[in-house]
Design a protein around this ligand. Sequence first.
Ligand code: GDP
Length: 203
Amino acid sequence: MIKVLDARFVTTGTAPEHYPPEPIPEVAFVGRSNVGKSSMINALAGRRKLVRVSNTPGRTRALNFFDVDVEWREKKRTVRLCDLPGYGFARVSKVEHAAWEKMITTYLSKRTPLKVVVAIVDAEVGPSEDDLRTLDYLAARAPKVMVVATKIDRVPKAKRKPRLKAIAEALEVPLEVVLPFSSTEKWGLEETWDALLGVLAPA
Ligand code: GDP
């Protein structure tokens, strides 16, 4: 059982000098704009508005850091979440895209406390071309990658297992690393936290 005790915004920034310095085990969330990333972070943190949910793709262009205190396996622990700006938004200039890419690559290569990256995909529509590219990219650079398929509530129950299998195959990852999730139904929270904390706060 996991219990969220507290969740708070820490800081926002674009470059290493802005990253919070404490060596708290960190998980980063990445996904295309509108995939449901903000909703997922809010659901995991047990807050409705820790991260602003928006229908304006590409609004946030910086890294946002949050700390969450949890009780897990009878111990209190603090983990840090980093919300990476969504990709694949339309109408951004080449210059903006290059700046975004540099921000992400710098973060992935320099961020020592980063233990795992959650790649979020839409369970209803399946992985996009951008998701496939991101997964390839992460496979080579991230310390560890987990895939969370959100909006699973939009997939009929009987189709959920085959859908997860199809996502795993498309992304060329083992089925065990693809976790079903629904922010609206608060579904998959426990399993996702268990998987995350197994990496972030082992023992
Ligand atoms: P972000 O741009 O990736 O941060 O996505 P948001 O969290 O802002 O969500 C985008 C849209 O998807 C919003 O209209 C949400 O209400 C909706 N949404 C997010 N998560 C879920 C989910 O688990 N199920 C359903 N049905 N809708 C969701």
